[in-house]
Write a protein that binds this ligand. Sequence first.
Ligand code: PLP
Length: 394
Amino acid sequence: AVKLANRVLALTPSTTLAITAKAKELKDQGVDVIGLGAGEPDYNTPQHILDAATRSMNEGHTKYTPSAGLPALKKAIIDKFERDQGLSYKPNEIIVGNGAKHVLYTLFQVLLNEGDEVIIPTPYWVSYPEQVKLAGGVPVYVEGLESQSFKITPEQLDSVISDRTRAVIINSPSNPTGVIYTAEELQELGKLCLEKNILIVSDEIYEKLIYGEHKHVSIAQLSPELKEQTIVVNGVSKSHSMTGWRIGYAAGNKEIIEAMTNLASHSTSNPTTTAQYASIAAYNGPQEPVEEMRQAFEHRLEVIYNQLVSIPGFTCVKPQGAFYLYPNVKEAAEKTGYQDVDAFVEALLVEAKVAVIPGSGFGTPDNIRLSYATSLDLLEKAVARMKDFVETKL
Ligand code: PLP
């Protein structure tokens, strides 16, 4: 066998990959599978953004840019923070990277020494633990209990802090649960992080997808001290339906940003120039398309949530943001004769022809993740299939 580095051997293969590969195999055989695994909006990038990208290319903006991003894009991001959160950043406190995922990767690379711990609430976005491990760090999990809407408390956080703790990750709204922390909850968690001098990595990629009367609050906007203690990570992927453009950014302490910029200068040089011009238009141009997509997601959620929880053995904390539902289906799996939810998910795919993601990959094996970034028509059909499947097996 080829000899590979230990660091990649330690990576956990993506659980979502196995099910997605199997769904694709079935589709290729002509089976009518409905996929609810998507982690991206089902809309095209708004036209004015595409136009800005084309224009920039035609004007000859096709060369390297500064490693941390074009000054004009940094300015657009700074203006966005000011407008949305009342946060003021300087250009040397911002780095633009190739998607929020890449920015987080770079961040852990510059923050962690071998054995440093990063606290990750469960259920978590699959890449956090792997990125921490790739940087030599150790993921330390704290259970976001379903009975607490998957949100961790300061007491829980306190109980896992050690002298090796470097940072805690807050992802609000959350992938996979769609749950949002309130300002009060963030204030309490933040107070503890300040006391114990723990950095806060705030992943706010779903910021623009908020439903009902819920609000997005960045922990960084709660006080100047918390702003100093927090690295905010965000991007245009989910807000402007720009997943393929690969633009994300981080804002925070200038020494951390400078270290990230140095690292980026030797790894990526810069995020794609055309995508940076597109992102300037995304933030400086009209925001109506963002709101239109949000409304469509909200409508789908309202329709599909009620249908989903009418399935016997399904319970679901109602999402407040993002575009995922994260029902607990343990009882449904047990009552229909499956040994665990992973086996139930496999049967849903093969027999009900619906592809969902098992919660085991997110650190909570009793749940499944469904994305509603697909048409209402397909969503209703998929939920009806799942309901039929469960009811005939009971
Ligand atoms: N953070 C969370 C919680 C996500 O769900 C995603 C995408 O799925 C990302 C970050 C990365 O987004 P991108 O790299 O497209 O900016």
